[in-house]
Ligand binder design. Structure first.
Ligand SMILES: [Zn+2]
Length: 159
């Protein structure tokens, strides 16, 4: 019997950089040959957006508070592991994650070929179905000029 339902919205955005030896990672999938993103961790935008959505749903703070970019512990961190840490906390509070819906907005790379693998990686991390969609910004604004990648995520949790 479900007595409580919460929804959470998360957002994340990172700028493209050209740091040597840094790979573009989205939803735990590495994109060889694509421009990478600047970030303290591995800059996995969809993983960050879902993590933020979970924290938001349960009023547990936000990503920046949990994983400060001044903390050397998170330098180059695997964001799927950061997501798993928050999922564990959510589950330990008695909540079940029902699903997550993630919209990645970017001009590059193409999301569709990696969608299934991203959904699998993020779904395993969340112990719930995760839907990933890709959209282009139609040339509008910073994302349209291919300066970075943005992502919106929505999650539903119940207990
Ligand atoms: Zn981020």
């Amino acid at each position: 019997m479900i007595s409580d339902i919460r929804v959470g919205q998360g957002f994340d955005i990172h700028r493209f950089g050209d740091e040597d030896g840094r790979a573009l990672i989205l939803g735990g999938v590495t994109f060889p040959g694509e421009r990478s993103l600047i970030g303290h961790s591995d800059a996995d935008v969809p993983a960050h957006a879902i993590t933020d959505a979970l924290l938001s749903a349960l009023q547990l703070g936000d990503l920046g508070e949990r994983f400060p970019d001044t903390d050397p512990q998170w330098a180059g961190a695997n964001s799927i592991e950061m997501l798993k840490a928050v999922v564990s906390e959510v589950l330990s509070l008695g909540w079940t994650i029902r699903n997550a819906s993630v919209a990645i907005v970017c001009e590059q790379p193409k999301i569709a070929p990696a969608r299934q693998e991203m959904q699998q990686n993020l779904g395993e991390a969340c112990s719930a179905p995760v839907t990933v969609t890709g959209r282009r910004a139609e040339g509008l604004g910073a994302i349209g000029r291919a300066e970075g990648i943005a992502c919106w995520a929505t999650v539903v949790v119940t207990r």
